[in-house]
Every structure is written in structure tokens, then in C-alpha cells.
Design a protein around this ligand. Sequence first.
Ligand code: HEM
Ligand SMILES: *[C@@H]1O[C@H](CO)[C@@H](O)[C@H](O)[C@H]1NC(C)=O
Ligand SMILES: *[C@@H]1O[C@H](CO)[C@@H](O)[C@H](O)[C@H]1NC(C)=O
Ligand SMILES: *[C@@H]1O[C@H](CO)[C@@H](O)[C@H](O)[C@H]1NC(C)=O
Ligand SMILES: *[C@@H]1O[C@H](CO)[C@@H](O)[C@H](O)[C@H]1NC(C)=O
Ligand SMILES: *[C@@H]1O[C@H](CO)[C@@H](O)[C@H](O)[C@H]1NC(C)=O
Length: 692
Amino acid sequence: MASIILLTIAISIIYLLTNHVRGLRQNVLAAKKSGIHYIVVPVFFMERWWLVGHRLLFPLLKKLPPSWTRWVDFTLPEFTYDYSHEVFKRVRHDTFLTVSPGGICMYTCEPAAIAQITTRRNDFPKPTHIYTSVDIYGKNVVSTERDIWRKHRKATSPPFTEKNNHLVWNESIRQAQAMLTSWVGDDGKGNRTVDRLMDDTMRLSLNVISAAGFGRKMDWPTPETESREDESGYVDPSKIKNEDRDIDPGHKMSYTYAIHCLLDNILLQFLMPRWLLSRLPGVTPKKANEAYHEWGNYMRELVMNKKADLEAGKAPNDTNDILTLLVKQQLVNTDAKAKGQLTESEILGNMFVLILAGHETAANSIHFSAVYLALFPDSQRRLQKDLDQIFAGKPPSEWDYDRDLPQLFGGMAGAVLAEELRLVPPVTGIPKSTMEGVGPQKLAVEDKECLVPANTYISLCTGAAHRHPGYWPTSKPRLAGGHTAHPVANIDNDLEEFRPERWLISDTADGTTVTADGLPVETLAKEDGLGVNESSDTSDRLFKPIKGAYLPFSDGYRACLGRRFAQVEVLAVLAVLFQNYSVELAVDKYATDAELEKMNDDEKAEIWHKAAEDVRELLLNGLGVIITLQIRKGTVPFRFVPKGQEKFPDNVDEIWKRNHSDQISETGVPGWRSWAGTPKKRGGSGVSDQGI
Ligand code: HEM
Ligand SMILES: *[C@@H]1O[C@H](CO)[C@@H](O)[C@H](O)[C@H]1NC(C)=O
Ligand SMILES: *[C@@H]1O[C@H](CO)[C@@H](O)[C@H](O)[C@H]1NC(C)=O
Ligand SMILES: *[C@@H]1O[C@H](CO)[C@@H](O)[C@H](O)[C@H]1NC(C)=O
Ligand SMILES: *[C@@H]1O[C@H](CO)[C@@H](O)[C@H](O)[C@H]1NC(C)=O
Ligand SMILES: *[C@@H]1O[C@H](CO)[C@@H](O)[C@H](O)[C@H]1NC(C)=O
């Protein structure tokens, strides 16, 4: 008996091994034939056991000699973001393959290759199998390809119009004012620490989509509608009460509670089969499952009511929210089998996916803008000067979309958004492929005709493309905090640093602008009604990177549908926050308000430097992706103070550097490996020798 078991095990192992070897041999052959540079690695990064378990192996891998574990870098889920452009420099190619027994991946930060791929949508489709988890309510514009995608895109793009953007503008301003008041208090003094910027901006963007998208206005919670308040009177928005009086008849949860509960448990929703989720013990799975059904029911009612209103001619003709237009187009196609018509489950699927695609992304932009502006007070002052010029102290009730938005977009506010998205694009690797039967594809790689193998998973590496010194104008690094912004990438230039001023054309050092001229880029064939707009990543008044070098919203046919929506929202919010207030790093961890009051600028700079180093550490090692790239390992505490009452001088980092000129390091951290842990302190004296 025992021998039979042993034999079975042995045979299984041999079978697995031969399969692996055979897979690897085939893939290496295909890679060789492609003409694209390739690296052989032992695991396919998309393999489930590796995705889930790779971290557990780090302690073991760290013990091995570095020369045995060079491949590890190339199998980490976010490695092209973590190592930035350095990993391409290391490989000496802007496009390369990793070849493993389980499959082939292609990574590229080469603008010309990226532009070809985003333009040829049928040759390089999205690998739709990785998107099936977002289908929890139905198929949608994000998770489909080809004709089915066209149908969804045609149905979902009409609502994204300038008319609807007026609504986005109004609602963003309304929500931002409420959010700001919740931070600075009714008296507007604002001398309290705000530790919830990420959650609050998520709430804000959710409320904006709810109103501009579904005509369902949600109000900022006040202490009365919240279940908890801390000593300082600050309300914790994560503790939303499922208030009886807010629950619509026939529901168990209020709309607000349901949507928060749904999104808070998004991984459960994605990864657990529905039948299992409803049977698991414990409160969380139960609530998660209930929220799924409740939000679905709210949406179904919204659709039903809207339909009835429209049919009865009761709905005002000037409502432009997404829901109205989605339902309208369903009514127009009276023939039940009309080709372009979405089913109810598809409408729900799209409503859900619009929330998913639109709320975290936009929230991150607001959050990271605040983080960077707190780290760079001089850029913040410049933004505020710009706002003074645009609004001349007028209250938001007098702001005008048509007059003011282009000014914001073409000025410092637009530059801050563009720069923030350059450094922290929410999608770090835009997935494309040669899967699903398309076969090998010709592609010009580094000016050479190559053949991308069939079944290749392609990642357009936004982070690295956005910091490619070959395609962006560069200056010397500013060495904020006395060291380079990244341990190994771009250590001799400023591309890892936040400098929104680089987008203001009149500011570029030699006055030159880089344009897309001269690149062999096919333009998109005209396809009406898909809402594809090629010219609006940034304002015409800002610096224009060459095509394929900047793609926070992706590009081509599958570019973000909500690009303009998001830009309007973020710019409106930044305008509200920074018109009268400044954001500063909260330093409670290092000094009390009373202590700070007594300090001179040199002493303040010491304190500020410590808080800033914490934030820089978070930006380097604390980011992670669940749906989008966010800070995962902590929060950044802030103070919002009335303009002119800042606690720290604008040149606080310069003061620190002047007092610590001996600790300035221009060398980075040689041999840095993101997975093997960072040295305690980057830069500074002595650390640069600490190679691993
Ligand atoms: C700063 C904010 C945003 C960024 C950086 C962003 C970025 C992106 C990116 C990179 C993609 C391509 C994803 C892929 O190919 O897998 C995408 C797609 C999409 N985004 Fe956004 N997005 C933002 C805001 C929004 C908003 C506010 C909405 C809606 C209200 C939205 C709706 C969509 C939709 C529907 C798609 C799928 C389009 C298609 O495949 O045809 N996004 N977005
Ligand atoms: C936005 O607000 C302005 C002024 O408050 C108002 O006149 C306008 O009608 C609003 N627009 C929309 C689309 O709600
Ligand atoms: C805010 O200011 C008031 C009065 O100026 C002071 O009593 C209070 O302690 C301050 N709060 C904080 C958190 O610093
Ligand atoms: C909307 O427009 C239609 C036709 O253009 C008209 O018959 C209907 O009365 C209008 N409804 C409202 C509420 O204004
Ligand atoms: C900023 O202050 C001005 C002047 O007091 C006021 O009119 C305006 O409403 C304030 N802005 C915001 C966004 O609250
Ligand atoms: C593209 O978007 C810009 C605003 O972002 C708009 O002015 C322009 O008309 C749009 N172009 C097309 C073809 O829709």
C-alpha cells in the first residue's frame, strides 16, 4: 500500500516536472523567435500560489546568495513600479519579456511600443479573464472585449458629456466644502490633526458619483448622523450608522451603509463564490453578502423608477446623470432584441463598475496631491497664488465651470494633478495581451520589427514610462530630505521627485517642448459614439509629453471613460481646499503644539524633517495595490490651517539641508532590493555603502 502511494507521488512529481520543463522549453523557443530581449524566471507571476504566497518565501530567499535570487525582482507583482525605470536600465531594454514555465509576460515603458499597443485594440486585447471578478452584478464596459465591449462602451459613453460635467463640478464643490468644514471645524480654525484624508476623499468621490451618476445625493455626515465622535469632536466616517430612519421601506440597510459595506469588503465580494459567502459564519461575510443584495436592490429600484418616470414623461428633460441616460437609451431601443440594448443585469454591472473605476482613482488623486503639497510647501504657495488670480477671493457659489475650469486645468492645479498622476498612477501596469486567440503579433520594438508570441500577458508600465529620462525633460535632483527620492532609479535627475512646475511650459529650463512629432504612431480610426477623446490628458497650455510616455488614464480606444469626469472633480476639490487653507504635515508624534510654538525655524525644521521622512518612507515602501495603488502601511496625518497661519516656513527643507550639509547624499542605495527590506535610513552619511 505504502509503496503504491509513494509511486503515485513520484509519478506526479515527475509528471509536473516534465510539464514544467516542456512549458519552459516551448516558451523560451517562442521568446527567442520574437526578437525581443527576454529573461528566464522560474515562476509566472500571475500564478495564484505565487501571488498569495511569495511573501512567505522572502525570509528564505534572503538567506540565499544574491546571485541566486536575481530573478525574484522580475516576479513581484509591482516590480516595474517598485524599481521604476531602473529595472529597464538594468535589463538595458525598454521592452522585455519574462519567460517562465507557466507563461510569457511582456513589460514595456517604451512610448513607441505603448502607442502601437493602445492603438491596435484588436491585435492587443485586454486579458479579460483577469477582470471576471468585477462582474459581480453583470458584464460591463471594463470586463469585456471586442463587439460586446463596443456595445457596452456605446451605451455607457453618452452620459460622459460636458453637460454632466457641470453636475460633477457643482457636486464636487458642495462635497469638498462639507469635507473641509469637517476638518477645520465650524469656527474654521483648523488646529486639529486630520488623520482620515484617504477615507474622507473616498467618501467624497463616492458621493460625487452617486449624485452626478445616479442622481442619488448623499450628504456629508454630521456628528448627529455618526455613531462615534472622538474627544476632539472629530467624527470617524468609517463608523457609519445604519440608521433606522434612513432605511428605505423594503430594505435592511440604508443606501449609504450598503454602498460602504459593499466596497469595504470588496475582496470578499470578488474572491468568494456567492453561495459560499452566504453560508460562512461570522458577521463580516453576512454583512458583505447582505450589502451586495441591498445595493443591487436599490439600483434596481432606481432603474425601475427612472424608467417609469421617463415613460410617463415625468422626468425633467434636462437631467443628465448617467443613470437617466443609460435608461433612456434602453427605452429608445423599443425592439426588445435591439442590438445595442443593455439588459438589466448589464446596466447594474456598469453602474457598479463605474463606482469601482471612479471612486478610488479620483480619491487617490486628491489624497496624493495633498500629501505632495504638504511635502513641498513652495509648490503649494504657487498653487494658492494661482487660485487667488482665478477666483479673486470669490466664494464657490460664484465660481463658473465654463470660465474657471479651463484656468484651473491650464494652471498650477492642472499641473499638480498631472504631476501626481505621473508619480502615482492608480493603475501601475495596464494589462493587454495576445491572448484569446489573437496569435503572435508584429510590433516595432526599439526600432526593430519583432513578433510578440501568442498568449503573452502584456503590462504597459505606467510608472516607468512616466519617469523615463529619455522622454522627459530633466533637472538636477532637489534631494528633499538630503537624499534621492528613490534608492536606485533616476538618482541623477529629478524624475522621481514631485515638481508640478515642470508642466508649466514657460518654466522648462531651455524653453523647449517635446512633442509627439516624428514617432511612427498610427492614429485611431474614427469610431463614433465610443467617447474616445485623444487630446485631454492635460490642458493644451501644459507641457505635452510624447505619445505613449504619459498614460495615467490608459490611451487609445480603451482609455478611461471618466477622464474628464475625474479631472473636473479633482480640480474643483483642490480649488476648494486650497483657496483659503494650507495643508501641513501634522507633527504630533514629535512635538506638542505648545512646544512647537516656542521653537525657532531651525528647531522646527528638525521636527518637520522627521515627519517628512515618515511620509517619504510610506511613499517608497508603504504603497500597494488592491484595486488601485494606495498607501497601505499607515496614514499621513495633516493639519489644515488658514492661509497665512502656517506653522512651518515654506523653505523648511532648505533650512534642514543647510543645517545638515554633511548628510546630503547624491548616491542612492546601491543594490537596493525592494523585497529584501530597506536599510533603516536612506541617504545620509554612510548609508550609501550599505549595499546588499
Ligand atoms: C484620476 C482618476 C482616474 C484614473 C487615473 C483612471 C484611470 C483609468 C485607467 C488606467 C483605465 C484603463 C484600465 C484598464 O485598461 O484596465 C481606466 C478605465 C476606465 N475608467 Fe478610469 N480612471 C479615473 C477615474 C475614472 C472615473 C471617475 C470614472 C467614472 C466615473 C472612470 C471610469 C472608467 C471606465 C468605465 C473605464 C473602462 C473603459 C473601457 O475599458 O472602455 N474612471 N481608467
Ligand atoms: C451648478 O450651480 C450653479 C450655481 O450654483 C447653477 O446655476 C447651475 O444650474 C448648476 N448646474 C447644474 C448642472 O446643476
Ligand atoms: C486649538 O486652539 C484652541 C484655542 O486657540 C486651543 O484651546 C486648543 O487646545 C487647540 N487645539 C489643538 C488640538 O491644538
Ligand atoms: C420632455 O420633452 C418631451 C418632448 O420633447 C415633452 O413632451 C415632455 O413634456 C417634456 N417633459 C418635461 C417634464 O418637460
Ligand atoms: C474663502 O474665503 C472667501 C472670503 O472670505 C469666501 O468668500 C469663500 O467662500 C471662501 N472659500 C471657500 C472655498 O470656502
Ligand atoms: C475632447 O475633450 C476636450 C475637453 O477635454 C473637448 O474640448 C474636445 O471637444 C473633445 N474632443 C472630442 C473630439 O470630443
